[in-house]
Design a protein around this ligand. Structure first.
Ligand code: UDP
Length: 403
C-alpha cells in the first residue's frame, strides 16, 4: 500500500503539507465508507486508494460492502438506470427487496464511527436502520441531472435524512434538496497497478496473454458492459472506421458483482460484432485485471468513451494520464476533463459518423493526438489525482466534525 509521501514526486510539496495540516485537526477520527461492490466500477476503484491513504494521514478509515442477493442487484440496477433517466415500474416488490437487503445488512454490520459515508443508491436506505450517533453523508457518483421523477421522490425520502450530499460535479446539485451539497471530483491513483508506469515488456506480455495482437492500431473502450456506456454503438462506429482504415477494436469490460445487466449486453455485442470477432478485428474481454487495463490503455492509438450518460468517467482520466488521445461524449463529467480539441475530442453521443471521422483523423495524424494528450495529462495531474480527493475529504471532514 502506498503512503502519502510516495506521491511527492508527482504532485509536489504544497498539497502534501496542506493535507498533513488539515489531518492534524481531526487525528483519530473514525470514518466508515459503505458501498455495494469491491471491484468493477469507479467507486471501488477510488476507495481502494482513498481508504489506505486516509489511514496513513491519521484518519481511521474503514470500508464495508453490502452483500446483496441477485434480485436486489437487479432492482438497484433499475434504480441506477432510473436515476439516469430511464422509465421504471416502481412496484412494492422492488421497494421491499431494496429495503429488506439493507435491513439485513444493518443487522450484522455494527457501526462505530464518527462519520458514515454511503456510496450510491444501493445502500442509501441503510440510514433508516441505524440509531444515528454521527453525521451521515450520501456520496452520489451517478449523473443526477435527469432522474425519473417517481423514483426520485421515493429516494428523496431516504436522502432527506442525510446531513450532507457529495456529488461529482456542480451540475448535479439538486435544487429540490434542502441539504448542503459538496462537489468532490472523482480521481485516479497514479501509483495503482492500473495507472502506474509499466515496462514495455510487461505490457507486451500482458497483451499477448489476452490474445491482443499489436500489428494494427488499437481502438479501445474500457467500460462495464452497460447501456449507458453504449458499447453496441462503439461497434457500429468501428465498422465505419474499418471501411477506410485497418485497425482493431478491443472492448474490455469486467462484470461488476452489483451489475446484472452486463452479460445480456455482452451477448448482443457478440451478435453485432459477428464476423469481426472471427477475424479478431473486434476483441471482447470480460476479465478483471488492472495490469490489462493499464497495458491496453497505454497500447491504444485511440481511446473511446462513447457514453450516453456518465457520472464522471474515470476511464477518461486514466487514458489522459497515460497520454492517450481520447474521443469521448460531451456528457456528464466528461467535459470537466476534456476541452474539445485541447485535451481530446468531445462528441455528440448520437453522432456516430463524426466519431468515426475523428478516429480516422487521429490514425492518419497521430501528432495532433499526442499534443492534446500531453495537455490532458497535465490537466489530470492538477485536478484529478488521489491527493486532491484526500485534500477535499479532509476539508469536508474538518467542517463536519468540528461543527
Ligand atoms: N474498469 C476495470 N475493468 C474493466 C472495466 C472498467 O477495471 O474491465 C474500471 C475502469 O478502469 C475505471 C472504473 O472501472 O477505473 C470505471 O469507472 P468509470 O467512472 O469510468 O465508470 P463506472 O463504471 O463507475 O460507471
Amino acid at each position: 500500500m502506498h503512503k502519502l509521501d510516495d506521491y511527492r514526486g508527482i504532485v509536489g510539496d504544497k498539497i502534501l503539507s496542506d493535507i498533513t495540516r488539515m489531518a492534524k485537526n481531526i487525528y483519530g477520527a473514525r470514518i466508515l465508507h459503505i458501498n455495494s461492490t469491491y471491484y468493477g466500477g469507479g467507486v471501488a476503484e477510488m476507495l481502494y486508494s482513498i481508504v489506505p491513504l486516509l489511514n496513513d494521514v491519521g484518519i481511521e478509515t474503514d470500508w464495508r460492502i453490502l452483500r446483496g442477493t441477485p434480485e436486489f442487484f437487479t432492482v438497484t440496477k433499475k434504480f441506477h438506470n432510473g436515476i439516469q433517466g430511464d422509465k421504471i415500474n416502481l412496484t412494492e416488490i422492488k421497494k421491499k427487496l431494496y429495503l429488506e437487503n439493507n435491513e439485513d445488512f444493518a443487522s450484522y454490520c455494527k457501526i462505530d464511527a464518527d462519520c458514515v459515508i454511503i456510496h450510491d443508491p444501493q445502500v442509501l436506505p441503510l440510514i433508516r436502520f441505524y440509531k444515528r450517533r454521527q453525521p451521515w453523508i450520501w456520496r452520489c457518483h451517478i449523473d443526477l441531472s435527469h432522474p425519473n421523477n417517481e423514483l426520485w421522490e421515493y429516494l428523496k425520502g431516504f436522502i432527506l435524512r442525510y446531513d450532507r450530499i457529495i456529488v461529482s460535479d456542480k451540475k448535479y446539485i439538486k435544487e429540490d434538496l434542502p441539504i448542503e451539497h459538496t462537489v468532490i471530483h472523482p480521481v485516479i491513483d497514479p501509483l495503482s497497478p492500473k495507472n502506474m508506469d509499466i515496462p514495455a515488456s510487461l505490457m507486451a506480455k500482458t497483451l499477448k496473454k489476452y490474445g491482443i495482437p499489436t500489428d494494427k492500431p488499437l481502438i479501445t473502450q474500457v467500460s462495464r458492459f452497460d447501456k449507458w456506456k453504449d458499447p453496441e454503438n462503439v461497434v457500429e462506429i468501428f465498422k465505419l472506421v474499418k471501411q477506410k482504415a485497418d485497425c482493431r477494436l478491443v472492448l474490455l469490460g469486467s462484470m461488476a458483482s452489483d451489475d446484472p445487466e452486463g452479460w445480456p449486453i455482452f451477448e448482443r455485442i457478440k451478435q453485432r460484432a459477428n464476423n469481426y470477432l472471427t477475424k479478431k478485428d473486434i476483441i471482447l474481454i470480460t476479465s478483471e485485471d488492472n495490469i490489462l487495463v493499464n497495458s491496453l490503455q497505454r497500447a491504444s492509438a485511440v481511446v473511446l468513451q462513447k457514453s450516453i450518460r456518465e457520472g464522471f468517467g474515470l476511464t477518461v482520466t486514466e487514458a489522459l494520464w497515460k497520454e492517450r488521445p481520447v474521443i469521448a461524449s460531451n456528457v456528464g463529467g466528461i467535459p470537466l476533463q476534456i476541452t474539445d480539441e485541447e485535451t481530446g475530442y468531445l462528441v455528440d453521443p448520437y453522432d456516430l459518423r463524426r466519431c468515426a471521422d475523428l478516429i480516422l483523423s487521429l490514425l492518419e495524424n497521430p501528432e495532433k493526438g499526442k499534443e492534446m494528450a500531453a495537455r490532458g495529462k497535465e490537466h489530470v495531474r492538477k485536478n484529478f489525482l488521489v491527493t486532491r480527493h484526500i485534500y477535499d475529504d479532509l476539508d469536508l471532514l474538518n467542517k463536519i466534525l468540528n461543527q
